[in-house]
Design a protein around this ligand. Structure first.
Ligand code: NAD
Length: 478
């Protein structure tokens, strides 16, 4: 895999201020496969200054949205032409299986970009209203220079969920990708360089946590859009609060899939698995708490355990693989420590729980189902971020909703039933940002984000554009 030696700043490849490097390790081979320079404060200063220059004096914020959309279309076409490379790059960087990567890692970001390109024509960037006194114009203007700080699990998708609306809004951006998965962001930069997007609009500098914190604290950053852990989001939110910076936070989750007593188990069991184990269980919106009616609890546990034990674990480059390795050795340690916590808490392993015997390398954890779980247990409350689900019994529908809501998080969720109206009624009562009846879905034209400690603000849909805009009211004479 290609390594990089320079940052992308102001449409140029710029030498780093230090010789420190970030190594990219393939979680299947455990080998270093590439390296990139590690951003330091001086590199961040350069990137922010390029973005500020582009915002203050460049053409981008003043261009019509439709003109910006033309440049974004060039980027979309280049991304489409490179979709295969993007998918295999992300799989090599973090191990998501190729049964998921072409759609989830490569095409999903392109769909998001295309959605915002389309929105350019219909979104009301300016409107005239009759105010209480006089007519007013309401302008929606770009919020300014934005810092986009993203995680490793769906690296390009999380970048694009921020970058596409930021670009359409007229913002300029410093992208700070996760230090473990920077290559896809450098690929993006190479494609940006081939478009007419003006200098300084998009800058890419990967960095570790301390330098990332320097970026979000930077006085010339007007808004931070962050996706990552709730603990880091809390810190970043505090920094933004102190400086009155605009801030959007997309954080963790522990979403509940409620299997109602009328669910057809023949379709429910296989269809629940992708939402639970997608991306090797490393998905913020993963449905990792399965709530099952007490009356049918043992049967549901047995059927889930059987289906999960049949999932294909293996080389993430194989299209038939459903579960690859988790993204890092430290992540495997984390997942394994939660498996031990579950056992110590008195839960039972219905399947999995160990490392697959077939591999002598690769950071694998067997897909695991815990039964006899109480919602107060740590394995039911904390985000494990690996291929581990828990099955929790409930007495009746009201208790299922109570358990679903008994969580610090509120990002996603689902209900499984033959009665769609009943499902919608459950959806109304669960305090979470995205809900699906009989499935797991994310609609990129609709808002996505978290209640409670799952975040602040929304991405995707028109709502995901609003957070990159300021409102200006201009009072007109009568
Ligand atoms: P993380 O919080 O450790 O890191 C995320 C990014 O923030 C990285 O780029 C990291 O370098 C940077 N960072 C970390 N601490 C920082 C700080 N104090 N100041 C500034 N930058 C900081 O998260 P991760 O392990 O990379 O990602 C996994 C987490 O992301 C999970 O909790 C998952 O649920 C969450 N996630 C949420 C969504 C969503 O849309 N809600 C999507 C994907 C992932």
């Amino acid at each position: 895999m290609k390594s990089y030696t320079e940052f992308y700043i102001g449409n140029e490849w710029v030498k780093p201020s230090s010789t420190d490097q970030l190594s990219v390790i393939n979680p299947f081979t455990e080998q270093v496969i590439a390296s990139v320079p590690e951003g330091k404060e001086a590199d961040i200063d350069l990137a922010v200054s390029a973005a500020k220059e582009a915002f203050d004096r460049g053409p981008w914020p003043k261009m019509a949205p439709s003109e910006r959309a033309k440049c974004m279309t060039q980027l979309s076409e280049l991304l489409k032409a490179n979709a295969d490379t993007i998918a295999t790059t992300v799989t090599s960087e973090m191990g998501s299986p190729m049964s998921f990567s072409p759609g989830g890692q490569a095409f999903a970001p392109i769909m998001v970009l295309d959605y915002y390109i389309e929105l350019a024509d219909s979104f009301p960037f300016e409107e005239t209203r009759q105010g209480l006194l006089n007519p007013v114009k309401v302008f929606r203007e770009p919020v300014g220079v934005v810092a986009l700080v993203t995680p490793w699990n769906v690296p390009l998708f999380t970048i694009m969920s921020k970058l596409a609306p930021a670009l359409l809004a007229g913002c300029t951006a410093v992208i700070k990708p996760a230090p473990e998965t920077p290559i896809n962001a450098f690929l993006l930069a190479e494609l940006v360089a081939q478009t007419d997007i003006p200098a300084g609009v998009i800058n890419v500098v990967p960095a570790e946590r301390a330098v990332s914190q320097y970026l979000v604290s930077h006085p010339d950053i007007d808004k931070v859009s962050f996706t990552g852990s709730t603990i880091a989001g809390s810190k970043i939110g505090a920094i933004c609060g102190e400086h009155i910076k605009r801030c959007s936070l997309e954080l963790g989750g522990k979403s509940a899939a409620i299997i109602l007593d009328d669910a057809d188990l023949d379709t429910t069991i296989p269809n629940i698995l992708p939402g639970a184990f997608m991306n090797n269980g490393q998905a913020c919106a993963a449905q990792t708490r399965i709530l099952a009616p007490q009356s049918n609890y043992q049967a549901i546990v047995e059927r889930l355990a059987e289906a999960v034990s049949n999932m294909v674990v293996g080389d993430p480059m194989e299209a038939t693989t459903q579960i690859g390795p988790v993204f890092a050795e430290r992540q495997r340690e984390r997942v394994e420590s939660y498996i031990q916590i579950g056992l110590d808490e008195g839960a039972t392993i219905a399947t999995g729980g160990g490392r697959p015997k077939a591999f002598d390398k690769g950071w694998f954890v067997e897909p695991t189902v815990f039964s006899n779980v109480d919602n107060t247990m740590r394995i039911a409350q904390e985000e494990i971020f690996g291929p581990v689900i828990v099955v929790i019994p409930y007495q009746d529908e009201a208790e299922a909703i109570t358990i679903a809501n008994d969580s610090d998080y509120g990002l996603s969720g689902s209900v499984w039933t033959q009665d769609v109206d009943r499902g919608v009624n459950v959806a109304r009562q669960v305090r979470t940002g995205t809900y699906t009846i009989n499935g797991f879905a994310m609609d990129f034209g609709s808002p996505f984000g978290g209640y409670k400690k799952s975040g602040l603000g929304r991405e995707l849909g028109p709502e995901g554009l609003q957070v990159f805009l300021e409102y200006k009211t201009v009072n007109l004479p009568a």
